[in-house]
Ligand binder design. Sequence first.
Ligand SMILES: Nc1ncnc2c1ncn2[C@@H]1O[C@H](COP(=O)(O)OP(=O)(O)OP(=O)(O)O)[C@@H](O)[C@H]1O
Ligand SMILES: Nc1ccn([C@@H]2O[C@H](COP(=O)(O)O)[C@@H](O)[C@H]2O)c(=O)n1
Length: 292
Amino acid sequence: MSERQRAETTALGDSAVSERQRAETTALGDSAVSERQRAETTALGDSAVSERQRAETTALGDSAVSGFRGQITLDGPSGTGKSSVARAVATRLGAAYLDTGAMYRAATVAVLDAGIDPEDAEAVAAVVAAARIEVGTAADTELVQVDGVDVAVRIRGAEVTRAVSAVSAVPAVRRRLVDQQRALVAAADAVVVEGRDIGTVVLPDATLKVYLTAAPEARAERRAAQLGLTTPEEVAALAVDLRRRDEYDSSRADSPLRPAADAMIVDSTDLDRQGVVDRVVELAQSAVGARR
Ligand SMILES: Nc1ncnc2c1ncn2[C@@H]1O[C@H](COP(=O)(O)OP(=O)(O)OP(=O)(O)O)[C@@H](O)[C@H]1O
Ligand SMILES: Nc1ccn([C@@H]2O[C@H](COP(=O)(O)O)[C@@H](O)[C@H]2O)c(=O)n1
């Protein structure tokens, strides 16, 4: 069975988005309770939230554009809207969707479970080489597994978020996951792939490359709204975490975060999500037209 079929038939189904939001809500909490437990018990994740998010994604992707064939890459700093925009664009174009950040986060779960220091590059490389990391490529579900165990919730927790940039800076980890990403992409006629190095390294010949940016304040406020956080202290802590990850991701030696030379820069600071989705779909149509 292909990755896509597996993702489409997985039992994760209805609760996937709500689960993800619950896990993210724990990002600022203390570490006394396990990430998973907190993710599972945080109040935000009721089914009304899931319904709302699903409705939003459906609405953003409602006027389907048929016949798109090709690869769209969406790179950019944390919290610029890559995931939500990429999912909606994939839905609108009837394309597969690949969240490469979820793959690095899954690799981080394997590292943490092995009790390895995320900064110990050699040990990290060995653990990740031995782990079976699986992600789905359907835009409407979230399938992420490590050695057959569902980690879709856990990868969004604070413990993983803190360690993921160190794990993803290890060249052997990148080589392994990039190979896997290219294989998943090769199985799809149309695909939207989001991450940090997709346009520069993973798919240098993509049909369309988009680099998404947004002012740091807007990103922190959006993430706070997503997590239901309201106090200035909470928003400030989120801003610090976004900045820390961006600095780490931009300054690593292997595949640093940066726009590809031929990427279209889309600044979403003054655009709502629908505006960004419309812009990317418009750019995709132009890119396909230009190739005909
Ligand atoms: N243009 C926009 N206007 C307002 N809110 C937005 C916009 N784009 C995305 N959002 C919201 O901002 C939050 C962060 O978006 P998202 O998770 O898609 O970012 P991301 O770039 O994938 O982040 P990360 O790299 O950390 O995974 C979400 O709640 C999303 O709905
Ligand atoms: N192509 C990519 C994608 C992600 N990373 C690293 O993973 C972290 C988590 O990514 P999210 O999009 O899920 O927030 C990110 O901070 C990077 O360290 C990467 O290196 N390359």
